[in-house]
Design a protein around this ligand. Structure first.
Ligand SMILES: [Zn+2]
Length: 57
């Protein structure tokens, strides 16, 4: 688990991050939300939350 260790030491913005919702890369300057260890655009996460609320009914 060397990789995990070095990741923790790397500044969060130093590596490319992809949104788990739209699969588009999140730019360092984009508003970003991390939920359950996954990264989302802030807007995409709002959609994810909306979809979850809907499926719960
Ligand atoms: Zn997105």
């Amino acid at each position: 688990m060397k990789a995990l260790k070095s990741m923790a030491l790397t500044p969060y913005h130093a590596q490319p991050v992809w949104c788990h919702h739209c699969c588009i890369r999140i730019a360092p300057y984009d508003p970003r939300t991390v939920a359950h260890g996954k990264d989302y655009h802030r807007d995409c996460y709002a959609k994810v939350l909306h979809a979850q609320a809907k499926s719960k009914n």
